[in-house]
Design a protein around this ligand. Sequence first.
Ligand code: ZN
Length: 306
Amino acid sequence: MTKKIFLYSVFACCVIGAIFFFVYASIATKKSSAVSETSVTPPAPPFQVKPFVILIVPGHDTNTGGASYKNLYERDLVVDVANDISVIMSKDPDYKIIIARDKQVWTPVLANYFLNDKQAILDFKNQHQIADKIRIASGQEKVIPDAAIHSTADTKTAIELYGINKWADENDVDLVIHLHFNSSQRKNPNLPGSYHGFDMFIPDAQRANYAASRVIAEDIYTQLQKKFEPETLGSTFNSLYEDQSLIALGASNTLTKPAVLIEYAYIYEKMLQASTSRAQALEQMAKQTVVGIMNYAGSTKPIEVN
Ligand SMILES: [Zn+2]
């Protein structure tokens, strides 16, 4: 008996649903034909439903860490590039930019998250690391040696970086992009080193966020290469590295969203030393990054770049 009533209800709902659908479809058709009589409808961008949300993370912390050379600090330069990217992209309603921090503080939503969700972030990190070890031990995942030497994250930095991954997955972020400037070991830190050029890092091919990260990274790389030299020359993305252990890219499978880490240049490079050429270089890095992202996201409104 109960089953019968249930089936009748399902049937009634289907009928009512179908009526609504046909009425709505007919109104929608009338609406679109009314619009098309008076104007030309532009092609719809792929992310019409919501803006493409980009979380830009200027590398390191507000007042510690990162490369430095003379009076230049990586942790400040990356904020300048993040701001330049935001200024350009914020003009387009198809994009929403969140910058993780400025030169003084983390953006309030992340600062509160690090503080209030500290234990949850540490649990998240530990659970993922344990699961990753099990995958490696059972042969489901291969250990890939790092392409570069990474500094070890202390607990505070680990909370921030794993916290960013957790927050990005919970908050509808479409792309996480980490900005850095490089440095190299040398005898006299007051003299420039011998390395130069940009490098980029993406998650390794075993990660869930690998495929999209690679496509975006190649789009950005192609643009950057128009104005800057990659560290390792070549046309086949020689300076784009897959990396398994960078937390920023989702180490231990802690990030499902695409992620790219850019080392724009070595901090002692000549273009960054004088303030005028530095401002131009940072602006150009931002512009080319924007075009790369837009090429991926498929904006119908390409921007002017010089
Ligand atoms: Zn860095």
